[in-house]
Design a protein around this ligand. Structure first.
Ligand code: GLV
Ligand code: MN
Ligand code: MN
Length: 411
């Protein structure tokens, strides 16, 4: 089998990512949410690429596209990432991992030589968790851990996951059939842009992920009293937005006090009856809390909840706190990490080991089999932003390293 031409692979990855990046709900910003017409179009394109790469294509009941290439044994190496995006996201977060998997699988499939294990390339559709309150439904289905009670969760328009699955042309009763069995799934590997600045700072194109940080989501809703902005004296107000502002600053202050151990973000706030001349009576927000230490994250969640309750009581606001996510830190397998590190060395890189602050489908897949991730340098560490960028040269090295990893893997 000939050595892969890394630069040519990188150029192809770039073209594919840009083509996928043109599929959006809106013309001027990238929005591709789970089980939407844009998801449908992106999945169809990925399936077309997989067929061209000589993979056998199927799609499960949560819309994950599977591209299979058989080995001589029944075990498979699963290689995946996601094709959904955040709102006004970048093109590389997720799609690069899917494209890298297809290009690597194509390298083996087109050479007509069998490995001892097969390859399954997976394009998941629910990694960003933007549409429904919980996330990773598609990778949980593949890992066999999807909880059917999630089907009752609704998006902001009141469409339940069950209805969205049906509208996508699938049957919710078939979700269980998406699961890989443990005797087949030998390992899960994901290639992803770093989404942070470390590789760029260290002048290295590729890195080995040691663990994926755990995360908690607190959905906080304040109920005050709507009123006239001109007539109600300041002392007599029950302003739900002023209470929310305190929560935003509290989360920031408490996270800063952990000196880097915990990060906390309020990126979404809803004022259902927003108007400049109305005292906000109802506000809902989500606090996203991440840490590599589950104990530190739990302590932060407990402290923040206590302080939010104190805000509500002082301001005489009704309060509901719902924890919609509580995901433990996921370590990457040490043998697979060594394999990724050796593959990076083989393509001329010096593997840097780093933890992922971002969430990934690997968190769900780790319930099925050992997982590993390779990170690729991205410009300025910028992600979840249309300015996201990884160079064709770096992406090509990543695909070449993935091919090397596959060639040398003992599964
Ligand atoms: C996904 O990108 C997440 O980390 O929230
Ligand atoms: Mn991602
Ligand atoms: Mn993301």
């Amino acid at each position: 089998m000939s050595d892969p031409d890394a630069m040519a692979l990188g150029e192809r990855a770039d073209t594919m990512i840009r083509t996928l990046g043109s599929i959006s709900a809106e013309p001027n910003r990238l929005i591709r949410q789970f089980l939407t017409p844009e998801h449908r179009a992106a999945a169809d394109l990925v399936a077309k690429w997989m067929r061209a790469a000589k993979l056998d294509v199927s799609e499960d009941a949560l819309g994950t596209v599977h591209g299979h290439w058989a080995g001589t044994g029944k075990k498979r190496l699963l290689i995946g990432s996601h094709i959904d995006t955040v709102i006004d996201g970048g093109m590389f977060d997720g799609p690069f991992g899917v494209v890298a998997g297809i290009l690597a699988a194509e390298h083996f499939a087109s050479a007509g030589r069998k490995l001892g294990f097969g390859i399954a390339v997976l394009a998941f559709g629910d990694e960003e968790g933007v549409r429904f309150p919980a996330t990773l439904a598609s990778s949980m289905a593949c890992a066999g851990t999807f909880d059917a009670t999630r089907l009752d969760m609704a998006d902001k328009d009141g469409v339940t996951l069950r209805d969205a699955v049906v509208q996508y042309g699938k049957n919710p009763d078939d979700i269980a059939a998406a699961a890989y069995t443990r005797d087949v799934a030998a390992a899960y590997v994901e290639v992803h842009i770093e989404q942070g600045p470390v590789l760029e700072y260290k002048s290295q194109p590729l890195g080995v992920v040691t663990a994926i940080a755990g995360q908690s989501y607190l959905n906080v809703e304040f109920l005050g009293e709507a009123g006239h902005a001109g007539t109600v004296p300041m002392m007599l107000r029950r302003d739900a937005l002023a209470g929310s502002a305190e929560v935003i600053l509290l989360a920031e202050k408490l996270a800063r006090e952990t000196k880097g151990e915990v990060v906390a973000t309020v990126g979404q706030l809803r004022i259902p009856a927003a108007a400049s001349n109305v005292i906000p009576g109802n506000v809902a927000l989500i606090v996203d809390i991440r840490s590599g230490s589950d104990a530190a994250r739990q302590q932060f969640v407990d402290q923040l909840k206590t302080e939010i309750r104190a805000v509500a009581s002082r301001r005489e606001l009704g309060l509901t706190i719902t924890q919609t996510r509580d995901v433990a830190t996921t370590p990457c397998d040490s043998v697979l990490q060594d394999g990724i590190a050796n593959a990076i060395r083989a393509v001329g890189g010096e593997p840097l080991h780093l933890a992922s602050g971002a969430g990934h489908d690997g968190t769900a897949m780790a319930r099925l089999c050992p997982i590993a991730m390779m990170f690729v340098r991205c410009r300025g560490g910028i992600s979840h932003n249309p300015a996201e960028y990884a160079s064709p040269a770096d992406m090509g090295l990543a695909v070449a390293a993935l091919i090397r990893f596959i060639e040398t893997a003992k599964l």
